[in-house]
Ligand binder design. Structure first.
Ligand SMILES: [Cu+2]
Length: 133
């Protein structure tokens, strides 16, 4: 190996280690769990009231970056009784956000089940219990 190639290899390795340690550091600052995506839910209105509501499901990768090009579906029902399942696909909004609507026809606890097929085909599920006061 020539000295020049050796030098280039060395510089690349030092650079790579630098990037890796920076990533680990920023992940711990954000409180992210390494190796897992984050799926979060917000509602409009907030706080909820009986009637139609809009749900925004936000998907972030293990590094905290928004994930677009995921396929997000959901279903909705009360936790305490069967009100009939409302389900469908969430519509991409960009910046890792996907939106869906539902009819929260009664006060009480409702479950929003989300299913996210990541761009690499892995499936993540997350359930949220929301209360309509
Ligand atoms: Cu009910």
């Amino acid at each position: 190996m020539s000295n020049k190639i050796l030098l280039v290899t060395l510089v690349l390795m030092v650079g790579l280690i630098g990037v890796m340690s920076w990533k680990v550091k920023s992940a711990s600052v954000l409180g992210a769990t390494a190796g897992s995506e984050t799926i979060s839910l917000s509602t409009d209105p907030n706080p909820l009231r009986p009637g139609r509501a809009t749900f925004v499901i936000e998907v972030r990768d293990a590094g905290g970056e928004p994930v677009d090009n995921a396929t997000v579906s959901y279903d909705l029902n009360m936790t305490t009784m069967n009100m009939g399942i409302q389900q469908g696909s969430a519509t991409p909004l960009g910046r890792g956000r996907y939106t869906a609507t539902g009819n929260l026809s009664m006060r009480g606890p409702w479950r929003v089940r989300t299913k996210v097929i990541m761009p690499d085909e892995r499936t993540e599920n997350k359930d949220f219990v929301i209360n309509v006061p």
